[in-house]
Design a binder for this molecule. Structure first.
Ligand code: SF4
Length: 330
């Protein structure tokens, strides 16, 4: 009764419906997606069917952050999500990166595996697909973390691949809103002209190559090939930097020294790449790796580089979105 009086008597504590979320875009000015809105949506869907959920699913933990700063502790959840955005045509679409198999027991012993970003509005269906497959595949007494480790990144990504195809705004405008916020995300007039439109699609194509290299790096890491994983993660950062430079300077070419020099001059020295919270930290991941390649690569070095490339690519998306939403000076 005392808990009821202060609004803390909801059922489901310690079950999958007991979702942790940071404030996200509701009140945090660093937020990219509506983590609290997503938590409310998942909570109400899960509460409606909690009695019929299989026991292994009932015991899972979901944690959600509104951006990659991780205040919602998405990295140490069975199923975690952190907010980001992707572009479809001239519009931004709120997304959540899916992170599976983080260890919240054992003093948060290990981080989860980022397997790809899905539109915010597809998260409930993606969650359904993941939990259903877990129930079908798991061996007796196998934990979610052990199942994800056994499944591997390639197979895990296949689970959410159908949700990664982005509809056009004209086809499904509801995908361009976030949970609990009916406003349409838009980049305004930027990119509607022929030339600007060309640059927008060029960025999208180039950043997709960076994400593909990062995925290959993660697979190499999973297969124990640390040297290849480290190099691919570096290549992914280079490719992402090139994608950004191309929005200002299309003759950058493919030579690493030139890409890094142009990136540094145009985006680091000018602080355009600066994250509001981490400042120039993500840019320095590339600058330092380019200047000081590792003498010896082991699993820890490769793991760190893959983590850095993940954050660098997210920061590249955020930087491009910030710049694209600024009014053009004519
Ligand atoms: S994770 Fe991001 S959105 Fe959430 S509280 Fe931290 S900085 Fe804000």
């Amino acid at each position: 009764q005392a808990l009821q009086e202060i609004g803390l008597s909801d059922a489901g504590a310690g079950t999958i419906q007991d979702i942790v979320s940071c404030p996200g875009t509701d009140t945090c000015k660093l937020g990219i997606a509506a983590s609290r809105g997503l938590a409310a949506e998942l909570q109400s869907r899960l509460a409606a069917k909690i009695d019929s959920l299989p026991e292994p699913v009932k015991g899972l933990r979901i944690k959600i952050s509104g951006c990659f700063n991780s205040c919602g502790q998405h990295h140490v959840a069975d199923i975690g999500f952190f907010g980001n955005s992707r572009r479809s045509g001239n519009y931004k679409m709120p997304h959540f990166q899916v992170v599976l198999g983080g260890r919240w027991r054992d003093n948060a012993g290990s981080y989860g595996l980022a397997i790809g970003a899905v539109p915010s509005k597809s998260v409930p269906e993606a969650l359904e697909v993941i939990t259903r497959r877990y129930v079908e595949d798991r061996q007796p007494h196998e934990t979610f973390q052990d199942w994800i480790a056994r499944l591997g990144k390639v197979e895990a990504r296949k689970l959410i691949a159908p949700f990664m195809q982005l509809p056009a705004f004209e086809e499904q405008p509801e995908f361009f809103t976030d949970w609990g916020d009916p406003r349409i995300f838009t980049l305004g007039d930027i990119g509607v002209g022929e030339c600007a439109g060309e640059v927008v699609s060029l960025f999208s194509m180039e950043i997709a190559k960076a994400e593909s290299a990062l995925f290959e790096a993660e697979v190499a890491l999973e297969q124990g090939d640390a040297t290849r994983a480290e190099d691919l993660a570096y290549q992914a950062m280079l490719q992402a930097a090139r994608a950004l430079v191309l929005t200002q300077f299309q003759d950058v070419g493919h030579e690493p020294d030139r890409i890094v020099e142009e990136f540094k001059t145009r985006f680091y020295d000018t602080q355009l790449f600066y994250d509001p919270y981490a400042k120039g930290k993500f840019a320095r991941y590339l600058l330092e790796r380019h200047t000081h390649p590792p003498v010896r690569v082991d699993g820890d070095v490769a793991h760190q580089r893959v983590d850095e490339a993940t954050l660098f690519i997210e920061a590249t998306h955020a930087c491009e979105a910030r710049l694209a939403s600024q009014p053009l000076l004519i």
